[in-house]
Design a protein around this ligand. Sequence first.
Ligand code: AGP
Length: 614
Amino acid sequence: MCGIVGYIGQRDAFPIIINGLKRLEYRGYDSAGLALFDQELIYKKTKGKVADLEQLFKSVEDKKGQIGLGHTRWATHGEPNDINAHPHVSNSGNLVIVHNGIIENYEPIKQTLLNRGYQFNSDTDTEVLVNLIEDVMQKEQVGLGKAVQIALNEVVGAYAIVVFNRQKPDEIVMARLGSPLAIGIGKDEYFIASDATPFIEFTKNAMYLEDEQMAIIKKGKEPDIRNIKDDRKIVPYIQELQMSLDQIEKGGYEHFMLKEIYEQPDVIRDTMRGRVLPEQNLIKLSGIDNHLNKFLNADRMIMIGAGTSWHAGLVGEYLFEELARIPVEVEYSSEFRYRNPIIKENDIVIPISQSGETADTLAAIKLAKQKNAFIYAICNVVGSSIPRESDSGTYTHAGPEIGVASTKAFTTQVMVMAMMALKLAKEKGTISMSEYNMYLSELASMPEKIEKTLQTDLYIQQVAHHYKDATNALYLGRGFNFPVALEGALKLKEISYIHAEGYPAAEMKHGPIALIDENMPVFVIATKKGQYEKVISNIQEIKSRKGKIIAIVTEGDEQVKNLADHVIEIPETVEAFTPLLATIPLQLLSYYIAVYRGCNVDQPRNLAKSVTVE
Ligand code: AGP
């Protein structure tokens, strides 16, 4: 996710854009830039925060102009640095663009433009797009609006773009597919932004472009809204905004955590974008492709991480061993780094980290590198320390995770490992082509299944209210869902401060069952796949001791319904992908229990989003 702000009208654009970018920093904050046009084009950009950008605009002259655009970046292609920061300018120096999204087919387009003599300074897909638009303008001899439309019909991916031509500074063009774009409508002025926070104090009249729509705004004229594909004119729906600034930043949700739980279908789509290609029977992961022999000859994978990322590694162990038959060990970074581990030449060390800055994980990587291990990072923050220390890796593309409790980071980490395991299983022939195709199409269906799972929200609120005063809780799962039990317990304890423990369900009889009484809620993942009958027996053991049972089941399950106190249904999927669904109700349960208990959900006591100290 990135934050975009544009303006065209009667005011000085600079303060509107710079303050608007500050309000959008929750969408991305690794680099920022701003362009204005008055007598000439002025644009500055830098790695770092919007405040660092503001420092670059020192003179009054620098801040002139009634048309401009700005960007605060969450890097997806190209390290966060000054050159890769937006805005990007076309080769002629005339077109200026900011972009939120991912252009999947930018490489072949870039090659075509290179062959036509275009030059590129950055590693970004966005610089390719602005030069494609310029190329169309020159070849077709059309204006900016038509050139944008033609160019966007050539690209594949997701985008929200704002672009202007310094030769015609009375016009600004915007378009969207998959990334949001709001247009604030003032008196002879227009505000364009990723959401309404940058312009809420100037106007409450806004319209939101729909997917595959674009707008051409000329000073003194009504916006021209078009459908990108067929050029059909669109009558805009203008609404009066009621939300507060704070609510808009959170997308209308009460907390970032709930917003990020609900973002999971879309961010899982972003994780798969350009990588899971069922129509081609293909999984494209350049990190794997560039080191395929290392993975095919690996004797062992060692997953290292902390907290939720460690839980994701445990799911990865089941995925890689089940599908690709590669032995896996999972280690806490903090333990691995101090115990002089044995690492062999054909081992692959896989650090998993949302922030990419966890001190223990970073230290563990450095130790592994001293022992000549190959390091493959699974990380969310592009250009953070852990990927920079690693030999290669795959980014999760989950967008910024602001809530301290990890939610979308976990599911996107699991999705990356599912893609990796499936790709390697096909390369190693450890699964048949029919199994591979089945898994691939099931993977592609996960966003819709997560959306369906989220529809249990209202019922989960009732269940959460029932158990909000518990003092202890147990979470049980087997197989692929044992790590999900651990993750559910961590979510509850870190935001509601209720003591909770996760266990393999079969472990109950080895001690924890002594804890069971009528005051103990037990959350059991009892989906139809795997050791279903064994889990049923565990549920009966708990019931006979008056424990309260909240079961996560496969939709349509009648058997558990007769045993449990509460049943939350999730769509059916293959056992290996159950964690992607079973985790969702547990995230919602912990969220609502914490809200009912009046806890600070986004910033729980004693915790930090990234543990950059030992
Ligand atoms: C999980 O909800 C916590 N935020 C915490 O356990 C976190 O997963 C852990 O600190 C690891 O962080 P990382 O993924 O950024 O390395």
